[in-house]
Design a protein around this ligand. Structure first.
Ligand SMILES: N[C@@H](CCC(=O)N[C@@H](CS)C(=O)NCC(=O)O)C(=O)O
Length: 379
């Protein structure tokens, strides 16, 4: 990969690659996309990042960055315009919350529909094979696709996708489509007339899985054509001169409230419990956290089930929480009015008794700064 250019290593089937690709296109940042073949994993991804995740950005300065949010942050430092961060602090907080919801929670419907609907599953396996072995025969690609897809399909129980939760996951997703349809009837993007990081994040599951996978794509177009239109808009988002928060409402559109309420109802307790688990976690000898910290129960609709505890869920939320704790008192009051309406106050007011740091693409726990370490009330 030649220096002086940005290279995005990823895949058309990949959730978080879609997020970064839409961001790069919106910013009009020139880049080349490289499919994550077996050779690219062996020669670039693993040696440069130490982990096996996509997307990876190899920047024009030859810096290797993994994690979709870290890639966006890295590029934002070099390309200020068009802005993707909302102007106001509450807008920034909401964008980070929506990013957390899209990155961490919409994995459930995205993975459920991909791996439990036979038509989607067959399509995804072929796509995995084509990506990894572009010059192989169809039979070779299918065989390899099946092998490579196994760990992804096998991750469903850890995410909380079980036969018992599948109906609730479908119901929640279809209700979300209704809420998004109502929102996109009035606004082009989540926070108004210009995409924010929440839009890019939401594009990950809604495009790479739930629009591209054939059976899911039909479902979206049938149930929520306006959401499908937003997906199309996000594929090549136009740089707009409109402020990220449009005038006429107090930094957030009202039609966002049911979506925030859903997020706090479904993901809120999972985050609370993850924070509590982290507060008790014993660091390993090297100080890094494992990818999962045991299991906990969660509820969706009327069902309860088990899922793994993912420290990364809390890491993504930490950015939103930081925005919240930095609000000036008059802004805090406005944000609290909103959070009280959408059921988010207990979570937002939970102090984080630690900092999660991301070092060498792995998470580490550090003590909270003295000023914010006011008691551990994690219930
Ligand atoms: N937090 C990471 C997540 C990246 C991620 O999970 N990527 C998927 C593909 S879309 C992957 O590489 N998974 C490999 C694995 O789960 O081991 C990001 O935002 O980039």
């Amino acid at each position: 990969m030649q220096q002086g250019r940005h290279w995005l290593i990823g895949a058309p089937v990949s959730y978080y690659t879609a997020k970064v690709r839409a961001y790069l296109r919106y910013k009009r940042i020139p880049f080349f996309e490289v499919p994550a073949t077996r050779e690219i994993y062996r020669d670039v991804i693993v040696p440069r990042t130490g982990v096996r995740f996509i997307p990876v950005l190899i920047s024009a300065q030859d810096v290797a960055v993994q994690d979709s949010a870290a890639i966006i942050d890295h590029l934002e430092a070099h390309y200020a315009f068009p802005r993707v961060e909302p102007l106001g602090p509450i807008g920034q907080l909401l964008a980070a919350l929506l990013e957390t919801y899209a990155d961490e929670w919409l994995l459930l419907p995205a993975m459920h529909y991909r791996w439990n609907v036979p038509e989607n599953r067959a399509y995804a396996m072929e796509e995995f094979g084509r990506l990894s072995l572009p010059t192989g025969t169809l039979a070779e690609q299918r065989e390899l696709g099946e092998l490579l897809a196994a760990p992804f399909a096998g991750s469903l129980p850890a995410l909380g996708v079980h036969p018992t939760t599948a109906p609730a996951i479908e119901q929640s997703y279809q209700e979300l489509l209704g809420e998004l349809s109502a929102h996109f009837a009035r606004h082009s993007y989540l926070l108004g007339e210009r995409p924010c990081r929440g839009d890019f994040a939401l594009f990950g599951p809604l495009y790479a899985h739930l629009y591209r996978d054939p059976a899911s794509g039909r479902l979206m177009r049938e149930l929520a054509p306006r959401v499908a239109d937003w997906v199309e808009r996000m594929r090549e988002p136009e740089a707009s001169s409109a402020p990220a928060e449009s005038a006429g409402y107090e930094s957030w559109p009202q039609t966002l409230e049911p979506i925030l309420a859903r997020m706090f109802r479904e993901l809120g307790p999972v985050l609370q419990s993850t924070l509590a688990r982290l507060a008790e976690a014993q660091p390993s000898a090297d100080g890094f956290l494992p990818r999962t910290l045991g299991w906990h129960s969660f509820s969706l609709g009327d069902v309860s089930a088990e899922r793994a505890v993912f420290p990364f869920n809390a890491y993504r939320f930490q950015r939103a929480h930081d925005h919240y704790t930095r609000l000036e008192p008059h802004e805090r009051e406005r944000a609290d009015t909103l959070f009280a309406r959408v059921g988010g106050l207990p979570l937002m007011r939970t102090p984080l008794p630690f900092r999660l740091l991301r070092i060498d693409n792995r998470l580490k726990l550090a003590a909270a700064a003295a000023s914010s370490a006011h008691g551990v009330a994690l219930h």
